[in-house]
Each structure stands twice: as C-alpha cells, then as structure tokens.
Ligand binder design. Structure first.
Ligand SMILES: [Ca+2]
Ligand SMILES: [Ca+2]
Length: 286
C-alpha cells in the first residue's frame, strides 16, 4: 500500500511537470539545426550563425549584411533551445502572430509598393521530422528580373517581404522592440493559420510546441505554384528575382513572440523510471 501511495504521488508529480509548461515569451533562434546552401549562392554570406540572435535591420533603405544567404532553393532550419543551458524552448500558438522572420529587403526609392523581396517558404515542426508549411499566395503577374521588385500587397504567407527596423546590434543598434510586429518590421506568422494542415490535425505537428522553423528559398522562375485553391482561387506561378546576380534569400533572424519553456527531459525520465520501478516491485513481493 505504501508503494502504491508513493507511486500515485510520483504519477501526480509527473503529470504536474507535464502540465506545468512555463510561458517564456521573447527569445530568438539559438541553434542551427540544418543548413543546405542552394545554387547559386552569395560567397561571403554563408555563415549560418549570423541567423541566430536578434535582427540587425537597417530600415527601408539600408540592407543588413549580418545575414545568412540561403542560395537559390537553399534552406536553413533553426532551433530555439536556451543557448546557455539544457532548457528546451518552443514557439506556442497564442492570440495573434507568434513569431517574426527577418530577411533584409528594402524599398526601391522608398516606394512601399516596390520591395527588393527574396521570398521564402516558412515551415514549422515539433519533432524535427514533420514540417508544416504556411500556405502562400502570389499575385505577381510577370517574372521578376535579377534586381527587380515585388509589391508586398501581391504576396501572402512568405517571409522575405518587408524591411527590418529593429536592430539589436550591441554597438549600432536601436531601441525598436524586435518582438513587437507592429514596429519591428519583417514578416510575422500566426500559427493559427496552420490549424487545418493535415500534419497538425493528425498530431504530427503540435502548434503549441514548435521547436524548429525551416526557411526555404523560393526559386521564383515561375516553375513553383502557389496555394491558390486554399485561398479559393486558381493556383498562380510564384515569381521572385531570378537571373545573374540573384543568390536567393538572406536570413537575418527569427524572433519568438509567444514561447514556452518545456519540462526538462531528465526530470521526466527520472520520474518515469521511478514509476516503472514502483509499479513492478509489489509483484515481486507477492
Ligand atoms: Ca497565434
Ligand atoms: Ca528566390
């Protein structure tokens, strides 16, 4: 009976730990999980660690060079665990946008309808294997030249569209809040938009426990189609800058607006072993 009592206590403790996920808003990508450089790429901008930490935006007219180039069709997968310790962190779906992706677009001559955008698909994962992609729509009607622009109003669901204003550089930075989508710049994403994704409805991706974000450069020559049918219209080809000199998107940073600290796996593991031991022991006595 005593063993059973301890067992139930431990089970309660385990349940408590599992339920006691702590809100921990506002952190940046901290880990490079995978980096596959596309072709062509931009030599000199292939240090994947530059995508970690806070954004280094230059506003409407100055491009950040503190970035990681993906190369055409390249991809970068980032994680969010505490860089200073074993703590696992995740993005969670709360009201409104949950994270912001920062590339380094600027506006041509300050014209907000002409962004030097380099489009990226954005995917999220809980287990590092199953990635759910945000649906995209592109209404750009014709191919875009190597140094051409895109009207931000014509594209939905992509990163790499809007200039970056927040700058966390310790020397040349500013005080713009990199976690406030109304002032930070970049492209904000609301996990709610993935609620009907089949990976989410099947449970493979948990929108309250997103531990990985994958950014994929869009090869914008029109061979890839958007998700028009999901928006109630026919699919359109996706256009973004192509041609000589175009090397794909550049990742500045990801900031997490809504985050959580996950229970330490060691704690859960020890509790689990203790429960197993205590469950078996009475049988041996009997
Ligand atoms: Ca949300
Ligand atoms: Ca591209």
């Amino acid at each position: 009976m005593k063993h059973l009592h301890i067992q139930s206590l431990l089970l309660s403790a385990a349940l408590l730990v599992g339920a006691n996920i702590v809100r921990a808003d506002e952190f940046f990508a901290s880990k490079v999980i995978d980096y596959q450089i596309g072709s062509p790429s931009q030599a000199g901008f292939l240090d994947s660690s530059l995508a970690l930490g806070g954004p280094r935006g230059g506003g409407n007219s100055v491009q950040s060079v503190h970035v990681t180039n993906l190369g055409v069709s390249g991809q970068l997968t980032l994680g969010f665990d505490d860089p200073a310790g074993p703590t696992q962190r995740a993005i969670a779906n709360h009201a409104g946008p949950d994270f912001i992706v920062f590339e380094n677009p600027i506006y041509a001559g300050g014209d907000t309808t002409k962004s030097f955008a380099e489009l990226m698909f954005v995917e999220v994962s809980s287990n590092g294997t199953d990635f759910a992609r945000f649906p995209v729509q592109s209404k750009t009607s014709a191919p875009v030249g190597a140094f051409g622009t895109i009207n931000p109003a014509d594209v939905t669901g992509f990163a790499g569209v809007h200039p970056v204003f927040a700058n966390t550089d310790p020397v040349n930075g500013n005080t713009i809040d990199p976690f406030d989508p109304s002032v930070a710049g970049g492209d904000a994403f609301d996990l709610s938009l993935l609620a009907t994704n089949s990976l989410v409805t099947s449970g493979a991706v948990n929108l309250d426990e997103i531990r990985y974000v994958r950014l994929i450069d869009v090869k914008g020559d029109g061979t890839l189609m958007d998700d028009g049918p999901l928006f109630g219209v026919a699919a359109n080809p996706i256009y973004d800058p192509t041609g000589s000199g175009s090397g794909g998107a550049d990742v500045d940073a990801i900031s997490v607006i809504h985050g959580e600290v996950l229970p330490e796996p060691e704690t859960l593991g020890m509790l689990g072993l203790a429960c197993l031991f205590l469950r078996k022991r009475p049988r041996r006595i009997a």
